[in-house]
Design a protein around this ligand. Structure first.
Ligand code: TYD
Length: 211
């Protein structure tokens, strides 16, 4: 039997990301999961990418709304991530927090790599330099057909630079996510975003157990 850890040793930080195509319904579940972890007695940080720091939020505004070359877009999301990781995520993990991040590097592979068609090797090189070993412990992938997500988005809000893309773009993004999941099945939990909110909540509640 392992000895009981001393009481003043904080719990190890836990890094969780949420991913999925726009309109997959992930954001409404982020707060639910944060609440769940708080009920379990953990300090929780909810954050997002691009964004999560004052500079990152300014970069987010540009990435979502300013016309730009696709490589510029890639470098800006990487710059925002570098800032976010060092100023927010790593200090929170060091304090033992549960960090719940709405999008992280899988978004870059899915959107800039599979969606925009930029070099996956270049994205991997950026990941190595910016993220290194600081990868999520668990990633919840909200997965649903691109045309279902498009209908949801149309009903919900005005489109930004990504949401204005056509269904084929989001089909590629979805395929990118599935490729990421297949490559690292132990990190991902796939949730069928087509299910009603309560059903996804129940799946999330089950998924939280092994962490
Ligand atoms: P999102 O976080 O889903 O916010 P909202 O629900 O308010 O629209 O949107 C952020 C957008 O940024 C999303 O369309 C995906 C895109 N994105 C990338 O293209 N690459 C990235 O690396 C990240 C983190 C996000």
């Amino acid at each position: 039997m392992s000895p009981t850890p001393p009481r003043d040793v904080p719990p190890r930080g836990l890094f969780i990301s949420f991913e999925g195509i726009d309109g997959a319904g992930k954001s409404s579940h982020v707060d639910w999961m944060a609440q769940r972890w708080r009920e379990l007695g953990r300090e929780v940080i909810v954050t997002r990418e691009p964004g999560g720091t004052p500079l990152g939020e300014r970069l987010r505004e540009l990435v979502l709304h300013e016309p730009m070359d696709e490589h510029t877009e890639l470098l800006l999301v990487a710059a925002a991530r570098n800032e976010h990781l060092r100023a927010c995520i790593l200090p929170a993990l060091a304090r033992g927090c549960v960090v719940i991040c709405d999008r992280y590097t899988d978004s870059t592979y899915a959107y800039q790599g599979y969606g925009r068609g930029l070099s996956l090797d270049w994205i991997a090189a950026l990941e190595r330099e910016v993220v290194g070993a600081h990868r999520p412990d668990r990633t919840y992938l909200f997965d649903l057909p691109a045309e279902v997500a498009a209908r949801r988005r149309a009903a919900a809000r005005a489109a930004d630079r990504f949401e204005a893309q056509d269904v084929t773009f989001f089909e590629r993004v979805r395929a990118g996510y599935r490729a990421r999941q297949l490559a690292e099945p132990e990190r991902f939990v796939r949730l069928g975003g087509e299910a009603r909110r309560a059903a996804v909540g129940a799946e999330l509640a089950m998924a939280i157990q092994p962490l």
